[in-house]
Design a binder for this molecule. Structure first.
Ligand SMILES: Nc1ncnc2c1ncn2[C@@H]1O[C@H](COP(=O)(O)OP(=O)(O)O)[C@@H](O)[C@H]1O
Ligand SMILES: O=P(O)(O)OC[C@H]1O[C@](O)(COP(=O)(O)O)[C@@H](O)[C@@H]1O
Length: 320
C-alpha cells in the first residue's frame, strides 16, 4: 500500500483576502474585491501536494461552522482529512492587499482554545497511525491550550518509528520542535533570525546559521527569503535560488508551496540543485495568484527556467 504524506494543521483558518485601492490608517477604507480560501500552513501544503499528484492526507483540529467549510473544501479537492472538533470557531485570517503599494498585510487571529480531551484524541491517533505515513508535515501556529512543545512531542514519536518530519513554525513551537530534531525545516529569514537572536546580512552568514542547526542532527534546512528566493543547506551542500522579479498579488501561501515542493522533490529523489529550483518556482507561482490560491504542477514546470541557481561554495571560489 502506498504511504501518504500527512500534513498537520492544528490552527487552520479561513483566509479572507480583501483588496483596497489605498489603505488609510484610522480612516474609512472601501473594499473593492474579496475572496475566501481554505488556509493554514498544513492545509496549503496539502493543496499543493494534491495538485502535484502526491498521495496526501490532512489532519488537524477545527471548530464550528467554519471548520466544516474547511473540511468540506478539502473533501471536494479529493484530500482525505481528519480534523478533531474543538469548541468555539475556526479563525478567519484577514489579508489586506493594497493596490497602490502592491503590498499585503496579514492579520491572523489566535484561533479557538483546545481542551485536553481534544488534544488527547489527536495524540492517540497520531501515536497509533503515524507509522502508516511516508512523511509528516507540522506547520503553523498552535492554538491556545496546546503546549508549546507539542510539535516536539509529535516529532519524537515520528522519529521513534522512523518517519521523517518537516517543521515549519515560528517562536516557541519552532524552538521546541528543533530540540526534537525534525528531518527538515523551512524557516523564513525572520524566523531564523529570531531563533538565533541575531541578524544575518550575507548568504554565508545564513548558511553558517543553517549549519549550526544541521549540527544538531537536522538533515535539511531551507531558508526562504521572500522575493530574494531561498538557500537550501545540507551537511555537504548549499544552494542559492533567486527567482526572476515579479509583481506579487499575494505572497500568502508562498512558503507553504515551497515546503510542498521540497517534499515533492525529496520523494522524486531530485538533486539539491533541482530541489532549490522547484521549491523557489513553486513559491513564486503562488505569489503571483490572488488570495491563498496555490501553484499547480504545470505552472511550476513553466517557471523553472526563470529561477537562477548557484552553489554558494562555487560562487565564493569563482569570485576569488
Ligand atoms: N515577492 C516575491 N517574488 C518572487 N518570489 C517570491 C516572492 N515572495 C515569495 N516568493 C517565493 O516564495 C518562497 C517563499 O516565500 P517567503 O515569503 O520567504 O515564505 P514565508 O511565506 O514562509 O515567509 C520564496 O523563497 C520565493 O521563492
Ligand atoms: O498559523 P499561522 O502562523 O498564524 O499562519 C497561518 C497563515 O499562514 C498561511 O498558511 C500562509 O503561510 P505562508 O504565507 O507562510 O505560506 C495562511 O494560509 C494562514 O492564514
Amino acid at each position: 500500500m502506498k504511504q501518504p504524506v500527512l500534513t498537520i494543521t492544528l490552527n487552520p483558518a479561513l483566509d479572507k483576502t480583501v483588496t483596497v485601492e489605498d489603505f488609510i490608517l484610522g480612516g474609512l477604507n472601501r473594499i473593492k474585491e474579496w475572496r475566501m480560501d481554505a488556509g493554514g500552513k498544513g492545509i496549503n501544503v496539502a493543496k499543493v501536494l494534491q495538485n502535484f499528484s502526491v498521495d496526501v492526507t490532512a489532519w488537524g483540529l477545527c471548530a464550528g461552522r467554519q471548520g466544516n467549510v474547511l473540511t468540506d473544501t478539502l473533501s471536494s479537492l479529493g484530500i482525505p482529512n481528519w480534523f478533531v472538533q474543538a469548541k468555539g470557531e475556526t479563525r478567519t485570517n484577514l489579508k489586506i492587499y493594497v493596490e497602490l503599494t502592491q503590498e499585503i498585510t496579514e492579520l491572523n487571529e489566535p484561533g479557538f482554545t483546545v481542551d485536553d480531551d481534544v488534544l488527547n484524541q489527536f495524540l492517540n491517533r497520531f501515536e497509533t497511525d503515524v507509522r502508516q505515513m511516508s512523511l509528516v508535515v507540522l506547520a503553523g501556529s498552535l492554538p491556545k491550550g496546546i503546549p508549546p512543545d507539542f510539535y516536539g512531542t509529535l516529532i519524537r514519536i515520528a522519529n521513534e518509528v522512523g518517519v521523517r518530519t518537516v517543521l515549519d513554525a515560528d517562536g516557541e513551537p519552532f524552538i521546541h520542535g528543533i530540540e526534537a530534531v525534525p528531518y527538515a525545516i523551512k524557516p523564513n529569514i525572520h524566523e531564523l533570525e529570531s531563533f538565533f537572536g541575531e541578524s544575518f546580512r550575507t548568504d554565508e552568514e545564513i548558511i553558517d546559521a543553517a549549519r549550526r542547526l544541521i549540527a544538531k542532527g537536522i538533515a535539511y534546512v531551507a531558508v526562504s527569503l521572500g522575493g530574494e528566493g531561498s538557500i537550501l543547506v545540507t551537511e555537504k551542500e548549499a544552494i542559492r535560488a533567486k527567482p526572476a522579479p515579479i509583481t506579487p498579488l499575494s505572497t500568502v501561501g508562498a512558503g507553504d508551496s515551497m515546503v510542498a515542493a521540497l517534499i515533492y522533490c525529496m520523494m522524486q529523489g531530485m538533486s539539491l540543485e533541482e530541489t532549490a529550483r522547484w521549491s523557489s518556482a513553486a513559491g513564486t507561482v503562488t505569489a503571483l495568484k490572488p488570495g491563498t490560491q496555490v501553484c499547480t504542477l504545470a505552472e511550476v514546470e513553466d517557471k523553472l527556467s526563470s529561477v537562477n541557481i548557484w552553489s554558494i561554495l562555487q560562487k565564493t571560489t569563482n569570485s576569488n
